[in-house]
Design a protein around this ligand. Structure first.
Ligand SMILES: NC(=O)c1ccc[n+]([C@@H]2O[C@H](COP(=O)([O-])OP(=O)(O)OC[C@H]3O[C@@H](n4cnc5c(N)ncnc54)[C@H](OP(=O)(O)O)[C@@H]3O)[C@@H](O)[C@H]2O)c1
Length: 260
């Protein structure tokens, strides 16, 4: 049997991916940090899709020992899909970080995702499709969101490089660049502050999951989700970098987020 491995399955977007993959008749190997949340999620998903096999294993992706435990549990499975959803969107001025927060966010957003890619490549089914959930934020230097935007940018570039390394060899890599997604209450509050733009640009987790899987199936390497976000993405390419950074700095200096 082949499996789809989903990180961050206990989050809003991860769960939407799990449901969409089950609709597409895939068996799942789900991970998140909390064993209790994973167990509840598994029960809920199995009640909806009893014919599928769903495995769970708790893992802190920012900890290499925890990752090693997952790799040991999963070593006899074959993976036809990996969806790296887990991420931490801590948002604050860089000097407010302590060492622990800094390493946590960098490892969860980049090191963990890259390590999962390496594992799944070594335990792949005949073909492997990788989806890395990056962000449109990764396209910009973002003051007050510097670690998030830098790690998401790194994940996008890594995905594009990996896609090329495996071109024509049965491995397809897609970087997904969503804008805001209707998820946690603090994210919903942020979307509300964006007024009409927030209402137009923000997408549901179900929409993002469906579009991402479609893009992956078509072999698309980089996909911006939503027409409004595409407009920003292509339109902002015409604006000089220093101006973009100054505008972002003004807009983001008043927001702080730390749900982790
Ligand atoms: N929401 C948005 O507006 C938005 C926009 C663009 C991109 N994204 C990206 O989409 C992804 C999912 O976001 P979401 O809104 O669904 O967030 P969420 O509901 O907060 O879920 C985050 C998920 O990541 C997991 N996670 C965090 N740190 C981890 C770690 N060290 N080890 C293992 N798992 C860890 C969490 O697991 P626990 O259950 O253990 O906490 C949770 O399952 C993230 O990569 C985010 O950057 C989100």
């Amino acid at each position: 049997m082949e499996y789809t491995l989903i990180t961050g399955a206990t989050g809003y977007l991860g769960k939407a991916f799990a449901c969409e993959c089950l609709k597409r008749k895939q068996n799942l190997y789900l991970t998140g940090r909390s064993e209790d949340s994973l167990t509840l999620l598994r029960e809920e998903l199995l009640s909806l899709y009893p014919a599928r096999d769903i495995q769970i294993f708790p893992c802190d992706l920012s900890d290499e020992k925890s990752r090693a435990a997952l790799y040991s549990d999963a070593e006899n499975y074959k993976f036809s899909r990996l969806i790296n959803v887990a991420g931490a969107d801590i948002q604050k001025a860089f000097y407010l970080y302590d060492e622990q927060k800094l390493t946590f966010q960098i490892r969860a957003n980049f090191e963990g995702a890259v390590s999962m890619c390496n594992f799944c490549l070594k335990h792949r089914a005949e073909a492997l499709r990788i989806i890395n959930i990056s962000s449109i934020c990764g396209e910009y230097a973002m003051p007050y969101f510097a670690i998030y935007s830098a790690t998401k940018g790194a994940l996008t570039n890594f995905s594009l490089a990996l896609a090329r390394e495996w071109r024509g060899k049965g491995v397809f890599v897609t970087a997904i660049l969503p804008g805001a997604i209707h998820t946690r209450p603090d994210v919903e509050e942020y979307i509300k502050t964006q007024g009409i733009w927030g209402r137009i640009a923000a997408k549901t987790p179900e929409y993002v999951a469906m579009k991402s899987l479609n893009a992956s199936d078509k072999g698309i390497r980089k996909k911006v989700i939503g027409a409004a976000n595409k407009l920003v993405y292509y339109g902002s390419a015409l604006v000089p970098g220093a101006i973009k950074t100054a505008l972002i700095s003004k807009k983001w200096s008043s927001t702080q987020k730390d749900a982790f």
